[in-house]
Write a protein that binds this ligand. Structure first.
Ligand code: GDP
Length: 440
């Protein structure tokens, strides 16, 4: 399923491979490719266009974490947008009413009858419901027979009337039959045509008005791509259905229908058919579908983690600087900003390698940062990079500039030196080395 799309998307992310950051230029290039991939998958043109515009906006507005490479970030953004495009959350069917009434609609061959059987089976086995199937296709006796066979297979009662040519009457009697038999869900399979036709539409509208279903589902063959979307639109205009069932997703589907339908008709996809067997039915989960399309779950969770946690690459860079005794006031400032950005200092400090532990031991709070920052800002770039040049004269100037006292500056310098020492010691603990116990 969706193999080509997955492959094409993966290829488009490669454009960003090796790029240091996301720019207007490399995003434009990547998205041109993403859009082409979507169009090749038979995604509706407007949907594809809007999709890439939104991804672009997100990518450029994103605060890029250095722990995440641009290509990875793009995968995550595209993933989230794909899920969003398909509805973001799974949507359940409405089973209110005694009995709850579910009406099927769709073209002939879309998989309505098969789905009716599958849904009855699912409700019976997974939700302990007592469903009744009703055969309302008065034109094709074979369709009635098909539903009867399926009903027998899953051991669910079925109502039909081979004599009647009136679907409204059969539907009404079907509901009455369900009540008589103590069934709590009625699933009504209706007649379809090979193409949209006025008579069929009028007929199903009449059934809908007569029985007032709690849920009207539109069943569509996902292999039909763009056509599926057009059919969905026509049915929705007439029936105002509640949800979509995409069938034959087990086949060689390109993905266009799954990705476009939600936007075009503004109705959720609720189920997907994954085969001809009665248990080949899945509740539709947009997130999971996006995972499958991209097939890059690892990267998505990696980016999520990186977005939540501390920027690890930055941490590594810092560790290197600590090891080389290069940690200076610029790093100190970066760390303070990082910590402040994350909120609760005490809790978060523990997550920052080396620095966190060191800072945690030196009692810190938000107010403490204010004067620390002011002092560092009053230093020249050279002073920040080479703290050892801070003589008495410079300290006095800095104190004046930052609105603090020389004592404050001295205190910070002492703290800084201590922190630096402590960080180096803490680093020594890493890599399995035993910490040296201080002699008492
Ligand atoms: P209806 O005319 O809308 O009632 O469509 P049917 O239920 O008769 O289905 C038409 C054909 O598609 C049948 O051969 C089904 O076995 C097949 N079919 C239905 N759903 C699926 C599905 O999810 N996957 C596959 N592979 N075949 C399906």
């Amino acid at each position: 399923m969706f193999e080509n799309l997955s492959e094409r998307l993966e290829r488009s992310f490669k454009i960003l491979k090796g790029e240091g950051k996301i720019t207007e230029l490399n995003v434009a290039e990547t998205l041109k490719d993403v859009r082409r991939a979507l169009l090749e998958a038979d995604v509706n043109y407007n949907v594809a266009k809007k999709f890439t515009e939104e991804v672009k906006e997100k990518a450029l507005g994103q605060n890029v974490l250095t722990a995440v490479r641009p290509g990875e970030l793009m995968v995550k953004i595209v993933h989230d947008e794909l899920a969003q495009l398909m509805g973001s959350k799974a949507t359940e069917i409405n089973l209110k009413g005694t009995p709850a009434i579910i009406l099927m609609s769709g073209l002939q061959g879309s998989g309505k009858t098969t789905f009716s059987g599958k849904l009855a089976h699912l409700l019976k086995t997974k939700q302990s419901k007592k469903p009744l199937l009703v055969a309302c296709d008065v034109y094709r006796p074979a369709a009635i027979e098909q539903l009867r066979v399926l009903a027998e297979q899953i051991a669910v009662p079925v109502y039909f009337d081979l004599e009647s040519k009136d679907p409204v009457s059969i539907a009404r009697r079907g509901v009455a039959e369900a009540m008589a038999q103590g069934c709590d869900v009625v699933i009504i399979d209706t007649a379809g045509r090979l193409a949209i036709d006025e008579e069929m539409m009028r007929e199903i509208q009449a059934v809908k008005e007569a029985i007032r279903p709690s849920e009207t589902l539109f069943v569509v063959d996902s292999m039909t791509g763009q056509d599926a979307v057009n059919t969905a639109k026509e049915f929705n205009d007439r029936l105002d259905f509640d949800g979509v069932v995409l069938t034959k997703l087990d086949g060689d589907t390109r993905g266009g229908a799954a990705l476009s339908i939600r936007t075009v008709v503004d109705k959720p996809i609720k189920f997907v058919g994954m085969g001809e067997k009665m248990d080949a039915l899945d509740v539709f989960h947009p997130e999971r579908m996006a995972d499958r399309i991209l097939g890059m779950g690892d990267i998505v969770s990696l980016v999520e983690r990186a977005q939540q946690l501390y920027d690890e690459r930055e941490a590594r860079r810092l560790e290197e600087r600590i090891a080389k005794d290069q940690f200076d006031f610029n790093d100190f400032l970066t760390q303070i900003h990082q910590i402040k950005k994350m909120g609760n200092i005490k809790e978060l400090a523990a997550m920052i390698p080396g620095v966190g532990k060191a800072l945690k031991d030196i009692d810190i709070n938000d107010d403490a940062f204010k004067s620390i920052e002011a002092i560092i800002y009053s230093m020249t770039p050279e002073e920040r990079a080479k703290p050892h040049i801070l003589d008495g004269h410079r300290r006095k100037r800095i104190a004046l500039g930052s609105g603090t006292t020389v004592q404050d500056v001295n205190k910070l310098l002492t703290q800084f030196t201590q922190t630096r020492k402590m960080m180096k010691t803490l680093q020594g603990f890493k890599g399995g080395k035993m910490p040296k116990m201080p002699s008492m």
